[in-house]
Write a protein that binds this ligand. Structure first.
Ligand code: ATP
Ligand code: MG
Length: 565
């Protein structure tokens, strides 16, 4: 894993690194998984203790800002005390019991972090949902999860109210906002009067802690159950080596609260490393605001989606200075090597790409200290044994394409999801032989780096040639005319299917002769990648269909193509 540089001094060195190395040893199988584990009492309260005795660098646990200039900063001690109050709100004011589920549909407000910790303390299962959900989505989630309580804000409360008649499991509703609303309890007001005395429940490592919805890139989102140890311990290696975090670092991850990436980058990885979680509550991704934030605050570690990095390099951040920034990471979608190269030119920094799913912690990553191969997902992150397997679950030779898989025999890694909620068939279907199948296609090279080819459904089979969209898109993006590209299969009478590229043009090329441009782009792809991969069909579009997390929905484009037949 290389030997990342530490910046501890004197006594700090031993004490602060002990927490991280303890959990990392569990990740690496050198220590056994404890029978009981609770992230709040075993990790957060430990950091609070070290903070109190001056054995931790003076860095807040949580630092939140918004566009109105408001700011919230909590030490680990304050996070502890506020989350104990919040746990009492859930248990007492809302009457929730251990094991009950709470749906939290909130933007990036500080209360969302309190709820995370409060639920751990009370043994309540938190289900985060993005604040972009509609009434129909909320209704589906309430029914599917049988949540007994919902926490949301003023903006979303009417949507919840509109679906109440069909929500028979819901017992209480909490609002995070100012003033009162009929039928709702005010979370902030309850928090003020709640007691800060709370005894954290003793949870078993395998007890359920969280349910996250998948992004729904390929269909309806799935509900993924994680245990206390899974996300609670499983991000120790990720935090230390992929995100390069120490207790002196300030980590900013831009994800929406509703997706597992917020657990990855805004809760578990930074906090297990004793780092500060930085949050800017911006309603929309604006490159200028992102760049200004990186300039203004002492953010050392930054994580955002590949699409966001694309927008940042197109905006051009060369003129900004990011005085504290030293480590950049991305994941959730493929990062085109062109974006990696431009970011390096504009900021002098590498982007450390990682790969994971809602169902997992980080599976592969370009970790600190490792040679980065732009365009690759990096190497397996312990404790996962990552292999490329064929349709029967047999490992294929290096260099051959197959499904990216994680070994689950003889033991299923503790940091793999427990199940898809109430869906034993889907849970069973995710395993083949000794492996959990990610559903993504990839290749492992001789050095153990994994290369993403595409989601299994996105692979194009043209006259017997299998073509992954990522490589073609990466080739297209290199051309100055291409702002964004999505590549899918399109029906063809002779070849069965052919490669079709949907392209958003860079503004300077919009007025160019389309026929000439198509020819030029095709020639370009033939030049930079194997010629059979070139897009035989090209269509220029204004924008690409995306999920709320910004992932390209190739399945939407593909369905339209095939519907024309
Ligand atoms: P759904 O399962 O509902 O269709 P989803 O798979 O997009 O949605 P997530 O769990 O948020 O939901 O995303 C995980 C997926 O994202 C991976 O399976 C993979 O397809 C993609 N992904 C994650 N990281 C990378 C990466 N670095 N490069 C390419 N793809 C990635
Ligand atoms: Mg998925």
């Amino acid at each position: 894993l290389g030997s990342p540089s530490r910046k501890f001094h004197g006594n700090n060195r031993l004490l602060t690194s002990q927490i991280i190395s303890h959990y990392e040893s569990i990740n690496q199988g050198k220590k056994e998984l404890p029978e009981y584990f609770n992230f709040a009492s075993d990790v957060l309260d430990e950091w609070a203790r070290l903070e109190k005795v001056g054995k931790k660098p003076a860095n807040p646990a949580f630092w939140w800002v918004n566009e109105e200039g408001e700011e919230v900063k909590w030490s680990f001690e304050e996070l502890g005390s506020l989350s104990r109050k919040a746990a009492n709100v859930l248990s007492e004011a809302c009457g929730l019991q251990r094991g009950d589920r709470v749906l939290a549909v909130l933007p990036r407000v500080p209360e969302w972090w309190l709820l995370n910790v409060a639920c751990m303390r009370a043994g309540i299962v938190l289900i985060p949902g993005t604040s972009q959900l509609t009434a129909k989505d909320i209704s589906y989630r309430l029914q599917a999860s049988k949540a007994k309580c919902i926490v949301t804000n003023d903006t979303l409360a009417p949507a919840v109210e509109s679906v109440l008649p069909g929500s028979q499991f819901l017992k209480s509703k909490l609002i995070v906002g100012q003033g009162s609303r009929n039928g709702w309890r005010n979370f902030k007001e309850l928090l003020v009067v709640a007691s800060a005395d709370h005894k954290c429940v003793k949870t078993r490592s395998q007890d359920p802690m969280l349910v996250y919805f998948t992004s729904g890139t390929t269909g309806f989102p799935k509900m993924v159950v994680h245990s206390h140890s899974s996300y609670g311990i499983g991000f120790a290696t990720t935090g230390r080596y992929w995100l390069n975090l120490t207790p002196s670092d300030v980590m900013w991850n831009t994800s929406d609260t509703g997706w597992a990436k917020s657990a990855y980058g805004s809760v578990f990885s930074p906090w297990i490393c004793g780092s500060c979680v930085f949050v800017h509550n911006i309603p929309q991704f604006q490159p200028a605001v992102i760049a200004e934030t990186l300039s203004k605050y002492p953010i050392t570690t930054f994580c955002t989606a590949p699409t966001a990095f694309l927008m940042l390099v197109q905006h051009d951040v060369s003129s900004y200075k990011f005085p504290s920034l030293k480590h950049c990471t991305t994941g959730g979608e493929a990062l085109n090597p062109e974006v990696f190269a431009k970011w390096k030119i504009q900021t002098g920094l590498d982007i450390h790409e990682g790969y994971g799913q809602t169902e997992t912690v980080a599976i592969c990553a370009n970790m600190k200290g490792m040679k980065i191969k732009p365009g690759s997902l990096g190497k397996a992150v312990p404790p996962y044994d990552v292999q490329i397997v064929d349709d029967r679950g047999a490992v294929v030779p290096r260099g051959e394409e197959g499904t990216i898989a994680v070994r689950v025999q003889p033991t299923r890694p503790f940091c793999l999801f427990s199940e898809y909620l109430d869906n034993p068939e889907k849970t069973a279907a995710s395993v083949c032989g000794d492996f959990y199948l990610t559903g993504d296609r990839g290749v492992m090279d001789e050095e153990g780096y994994v290369w993403f080819v595409g989601r299994a459904d996105d692979i194009i089979n043209s006259a017997g040639y299998r073509i992954g969209p990522f490589e073609v898109e990466s080739a297209l993006i290199e051309h100055p005319a291409v702002s964004e590209a999505a590549v899918v299969s399109s029906p063809d009478p002779v070849r069965g299917e052919v490669v079709k590229a949907f392209i958003v043009l860079a503004p300077a090329f919009v007025s160019h002769d389309p026929e000439k441009l198509i020819h030029e782009l095709q020639q370009h792809v033939k030049k930079v990648t194997a010629p059979y991969k070139y897009p035989r069909k090209v269509e220029f579009v204004q924008d690409l269909p995306k999920t709320v997390t910004g992932k390209i929905q190739r399945n939407v484009l593909r369905s339209k193509e095939w519907a024309k037949v």
